[in-house]
Design a protein around this ligand. Sequence first.
Ligand code: GLV
Ligand code: MN
Ligand code: MN
Length: 412
Amino acid sequence: MKLAIEQERLASEIETLAAFSDAEAPAVTRVVFTPTDRKARAWVKDRCTDVGLVIRDDAIGNTFARWPGSDPSLPIVGTGSHIDAIPNAGKYDGVVGVLGGLEAMRALQRAGFHPRHSIELLIFTSEEPTRFGIGCLGSRLLSGTLSADAARKLTDNDGASVDEVRRNAGLTGELEQVKLPTGYYKAFVELHIEQGPILEREHLPLGVVERIAAPASLRVTVEGAGGHAGGVLMPDRRDALCAAAELILVLEQAARTSGAIDTVATVGICEVFPGAVNSIPARVRLSVDIRDTSLARRDGAVRALEEACRTVSSKRQVTIHSEWLNADAPAESGSAIVAALRQACEKHGFKFLPMTSRAYHDSLFMSRIAPVAMLFIPCHNGYSHRPDEYASPDDIARGTLVLAETLSMLAE
Ligand code: GLV
Ligand code: MN
Ligand code: MN
């Protein structure tokens, strides 16, 4: 079988998809279920039907585009990723796995391959946490990691529930029906940009992901006392932002001193109320993101934060409340898929690096119901979640070729 990737067409499809954006180019903003996101998804679905894939959307809007295999009773081989993009993002995060996955299937079709197992391209709903505060909404529901009831309780930043938002987008089924049975997928393999600098630094074109780090996130609310920035003297203050600042630094220190480079902690949102230059912060809301390949170490950083909440609260006479959004276990890749990816790299003479994914991905949740693995391609300077995120057409095509080869091995 002679596999060839149509590199220029793939690069031009990535550009076309990037134009579905609520931010000015080169930035991409595509928040789930916005009109822009829905138009982008419709465009991708049209590209799937162009080549005969059979489309199904589930009740949360995950799209399955299936190339039926010769034995439909066999478990399916899945690939894919997401096309939603955080505010002020780039063109490649998720998109490479969706459009690369589609091109991999087209390349197999052009090469005359006939799969025995059906191959399915998945476009997951809301991999990004932008709208509902929790990442991987679609794959959490697919895998049963999040129950339908828990999903229904989620609201967006305007207070609209998941049910309201998805029904407005025309999705009428029941969320209970989203979960897939174990055994539905024989394998799931996701192509993605690395979102880190290692491959580029090592001059290696591909990374075979062997594990995905465990993410946790929580919201911390600090309630102090507001007042006049001139009138209230320092000894009398219960400044919520100063208390929050202490928590942030404790968390940073816990991550820096965990004993492993794999511990990372980020406070990415800090909302200050009332937010006036001459008013003492009365309330602060922090979003906290903590990750590690080791659950024990990740939870060590979480405990350091919880301990700091207690000490800072009593020292500064503020009330601190924390609410978990998620605390997920790490995932190990399936050995058979890793072996297939390695074999595909070797067949084409591409060097690769065994890697850990420090970002989370839908594959983390798919791993709860199927063997998974991921294939990384380099991205310039490791930049991601920013407008200058860049992966070269050569690297994208190389990843797509290895993906196609791997899918053929898994689906024959
Ligand atoms: C995914 O976008 C992540 O934050 O890892
Ligand atoms: Mn992302
Ligand atoms: Mn992604």
